[in-house]
Design a protein around this ligand. Structure first.
Ligand code: 8YV
Length: 331
């Protein structure tokens, strides 16, 4: 008799090619209309599933894990960040957690560089001028942004994405500075002529542009606290493609309103998908560029992420250690 296929519940619509392959390999329950599942629906699904495939929009907290059925053995996150999952609670119930690292590095670094350029060179504001019928012609002192060549970029979190950003920014002539829990290998520093700052406070006080590229963990929640944000200089630009929770968004908004920093490019928000009306007003005034969590949003990236989910589920179901198992020491 053929072995029973594991029941895999996918919470959101994934690329067609991924869903097709998952249906071939597993007993897969898809979400064809992509309506986010309610917590109650996820709990219901987790009662009978062997594997749950959530995304950043699903909060898999301790209560949900406690309510899961005994069959649930793997949470294979479609995404790199696992701050939506209580990994400790999962492990305590004997449930493994995997993620999709590596495949969204370059896309997210591209988007970070794009935000740096967009804010410094006022690209979004400029792009509205002609369609808005407001262009009276060229002027020497109109629409001036900030030059980025020669400026200091401070990268907070020098992991894969931070390093990929450093490579891009170095090619654009930015001076690379970074803060990280650990100093990275000298070969990585040398390739981009990077300066390591052990003190985040001191780095923030000296940068022209700061980019957040660290994961959201208990240790990085409000890493850019009200106290630290005050170190930023008035001409500084802050860019975040990591997680909204890393920055105290209320203080950042107030500083932008008061002109205490020059601008911000935000792809992520503290209470996604809610974005404060204060921030949207600042965007309308051209002070900030706001993107709806698009860092890894490429067709190729999303297929690669899906492939990673499949490899993790398949390896696990075949009795092997899944390649992208999240260890508590990573959190
Ligand atoms: C994904 C992300 O879109 O992978 C991540 O951590 O932030 C995003 O780029 C999202 O997480 C998908 O679940």
């Amino acid at each position: 008799m053929a072995k029973k296929k594991p029941l895999v519940v996918v919470t959101r619509k994934l690329p067609d090619i991924i869903e097709t392959r998952m249906c071939e390999l597993f007993d897969t329950r898809l979400n064809m209309d992509d309506r986010p599942m309610s917590p109650a629906e996820i709990i219901e699904a987790a009662k009978t599933a062997d594997v749950l495939v959530p995304t950043v929009t699903d909060r898999i907290d301790a209560a949900m894990i406690a309510a899961a059925g005994d069959r649930l053995k793997l949470i294979a996150n479609f995404g790199n960040g696992v701050d939506n999952i209580d990994v400790v609670a999962a492990n305590e119930r004997g449930i493994d957690v995997t993620n999709t690292p590596g495949v969204l590095t370059e896309d997210t670094a591209d988007m970070t560089m794009a935000l740096i350029l967009a804010v410094a060179r006022r690209i979004v504001e400029g792009a509205h001028v002609i369609p808005g019928g407001e262009w009276g012609g060229w002027s020497p002192t109109w629409m001036l942004g900030q030059r980025i060549t020669g400026k200091r970029l401070g990268i907070v979190g020098m992991g894969r994405i931070g390093q990929a950003l450093a490579r891009r920014a170095h090619a654009f002539g930015l001076q690379i500075h970074y803060h990280n829990r650990r100093r990275v290998a000298s070969s990585i520093e040398e390739a981009v002529e990077a300066t390591y700052w052990e003190s985040l406070d001191q780095m923030l006080a000296r940068m022209d542009i700061v980019s957040i590229n660290c994961p959201h963990t208990p240790a990085t929640y409000h890493l850019l606290s009200a106290r630290r944000l005050k170190y930023l200089r008035p001409h500084a630009i802050l860019v975040n493609t990591a997680r909204g929770e890393v920055i105290d968004e209320v203080t950042l908004t107030a500083m932008l309103q008061a002109g205490e920093i020059a601008g911000a490019g935000l792809d992520v928000f503290e209470h996604e998908p809610a974005v404060s009306s204060k921030l949207t007003k600042l965007a309308a005034a051209g002070k900030v560029t706001l993107l709806p969590h698009m860092g890894s949003a490429t067709t190729e990236g999303r297929i690669d992420m899906g492939d990673k989910v499949i490899v993790n589920v398949k390896a696990f179901m075949d009795g092997h250690r899944p390649p992208d198992r999240v260890l508590q020491s990573m959190l």
